[in-house]
Design a protein around this ligand. Structure first.
Ligand SMILES: Nc1nc2c(ncn2[C@@H]2O[C@H](COP(=O)(O)OP(=O)(O)O)[C@@H](O)[C@H]2O)c(=O)[nH]1
Ligand SMILES: [Mg+2]
Length: 174
C-alpha cells in the first residue's frame, strides 16, 4: 500500500499533537504532553478508491521553528501547518515555516493551513478578514478544533486528496 509522509509544523502548543491524537485515536487530553524526539503515527484511509497509509510525523519537545530542519521534512508528501487562533503570532510562525518547508520540498507540495482551537473562537486574535486574504492568496485554510473534533477528519482527508491529485499524471492516455 501507498505510504505518505506528512509533517506537522507550527509554533509550540498550537495543537499539533492534539490534532493527531484526535484524528488517529479520537481522544483529547488537556494535559500538555512534551517529550523528546519525533513520533510517527499511522492512519489508513481511502482516497479516490486508493487506500493509503498516512505516516504522521510530529516533533515532540523543541518543536518551534528553530527545530525545523531538512531531515525532519525531507521526503514529506504533504504538510500541515498549525496555528493557534487565540495567538496571532503563531500565524507568522506558520507562514515562515511554510516558506522554509516549501523551499526545501518544492512549491507545489500539497499543504493545508489549520487555524486550530476553534472551540475558543471567542478569544481568537485571527480575524475572518485575515483568513479570507490567506485563502485569496491560494492557501487552503481550515478552522479546526482538536478538542471538539471540528474539521479534524476533513483536514487530513483534504490533504490526502491533494496528495493523490499531485500523484496523478498530468495527462492520461485513453
Ligand atoms: N481548547 C483547545 N485546546 C487545545 C486544542 N488543541 C490543543 N489544545 C491544547 O493546547 C495545548 C498544546 O497542545 P499540543 O497538541 O501539545 O501542542 P503542540 O505543541 O503543537 O503539539 C494542550 O494543552 C492541548 O490540550 C483545541 O483545539 N482546543
Ligand atoms: Mg506536540
Amino acid at each position: 500500500m501507498l505510504s505518505k509522509k506528512i509533517c506537522m509544523l507550527g509554533a509550540l502548543a498550537v495543537g499539533k499533537t492534539a490534532l493527531i491524537q484526535q484524528y488517529v485515536r479520537s481522544i483529547f487530553s488537556d494535559s500538555y504532553l512534551s517529550s523528546v524526539g519525533v513520533k510517527v503515527s499511522k492512519k489508513t484511509l481511502t482516497v479516490q478508491e486508493t487506500p493509503m497509509n498516512l505516516l504522521l510525523w510530529d516533533l515532540e519537545g523543541q518543536d518551534d521553528y528553530n527545530a525545523v530542519n531538512t531531515s525532519y521534512i525531507k521526503g514529506a508528501a504533504g504538510l500541515l501547518f498549525v496555528v493557534d487562533g487565540t495567538r496571532g503570532e503563531t500565524l507568522s510562525v506558520a507562514l515562515m515555516l511554510r516558506n522554509t518547508a516549501l523551499d526545501i520540498l518544492g512549491h507545489n507540495t500539497p499543504h493545508v493551513l489549520l487555524i486550530n482551537k476553534e472551540d475558543l473562537n471567542d478569544s481568537w486574535e485571527i480575524t475572518d478578514k485575515v483568513l479570507t486574504s490567506l485563502k485569496n492568496s491560494g492557501i487552503t485554510v481550515l478552522k479546526t478544533s482538536a478538542k471538539t473534533g471540528l474539521n479534524v477528519e476533513s483536514a487530513f482527508s483534504a490533504l490526502a486528496e491533494m496528495m493523490v491529485d499531485a500523484d496523478a499524471p498530468a495527462t492520461m492516455d485513453t
